[in-house]
Design a protein around this ligand. Structure first.
Ligand SMILES: [Zn+2]
Length: 223
């Protein structure tokens, strides 16, 4: 079976050889063998993230302030073992990649309340601190991943870039300890909070802007 990542590139103005990835995965779990509903829609996991990638592509294209080149990617095969992002990692020169902005499950309010998200691997680079600084003065807050026992930094597509040293992290609002639709056929669009999605996309746009503009460069991930 052939698998495809879907990629769009917005060339940078003055720093076109410095790349920032904005990503999410478009695959989910496919079909269930039995039951009246057999389709794993994956509305939150991770159509919500894909909607963010598309909205951010439109936003940054219209804004035209990207001094760095932005590589918008929707990855395939995340649920099957990060197949798409692993392949992507073999095709790039990581030293040219300054950041990875991965987005997973932003369709439900986080455990910290409205207008909040959390970031995986918060202490592994200063990416998260840059985002927090850029969100100062707004009502939106970014927290370190509260589910430290789940090892989430290594369980989404950001890991395929982070293991190459790229400061690549995942934004999420997922209430993982209390999400009855996680990896179920009931992960349907009606279960999502659209306000949470839009507020989070806006916060990611504002939070990452200084990186996109080439003003801030997050520290590399160490082994
Ligand atoms: Zn996912």
């Amino acid at each position: 079976m052939d698998l495809f990542n879907i990629i769009g590139v917005l060339e940078g103005r003055s720093k076109k050889d410095e790349y920032v990835v904005v990503s999410a995965h478009y695959d989910h779990l496919g079909l269930k063998s039995s039951g009246s509903d057999k389709i794993y829609n994956g509305a939150d996991d991770d159509a919500s993230g894909v909607s963010a990638v598309l909205a951010l592509a439109e936003y940054f294209k219209a804004k035209g302030t990207n001094e760095r080149t932005i590589v918008f990617v929707t990855f395939t095969g995340e649920e099957a073992g990060m197949l798409g992002s692993t392949y992507f990692g073999t095709q790039i020169d990581a030293s040219n990649y300054v950041a990875g902005i991965n987005i997973e499950m932003i369709g439900k309010e986080s455990k910290f309340g409205s207008k909040t998200a959390w970031l995986t691997g918060f202490d592994r680079s200063d990416f998260g601190k840059i985002i927090q600084k850029n969100l100062e003065g707004t009502a939106y807050k970014l927290y370190p991943d509260p589910y430290t026992g789940y090892n989430l930094f290594f369980r989404s597509d950001n890991a395929s870039m982070a293991k190459l040293g790229i400061p690549a992290h995942t934004f999420s609002t997922g209430p993982l300890d209390n999400d009855k639709h996680y990896h179920k056929v009931s992960d349907e669009a009606e279960t999502l909070n659209v306000t949470t999605i839009t507020e989070t996309i806006k916060a990611i746009a504002k939070g990452t802007e200084s990186i996109i503009r080439g003003v801030d460069t997050p520290s590399r991930i160490k082994d």
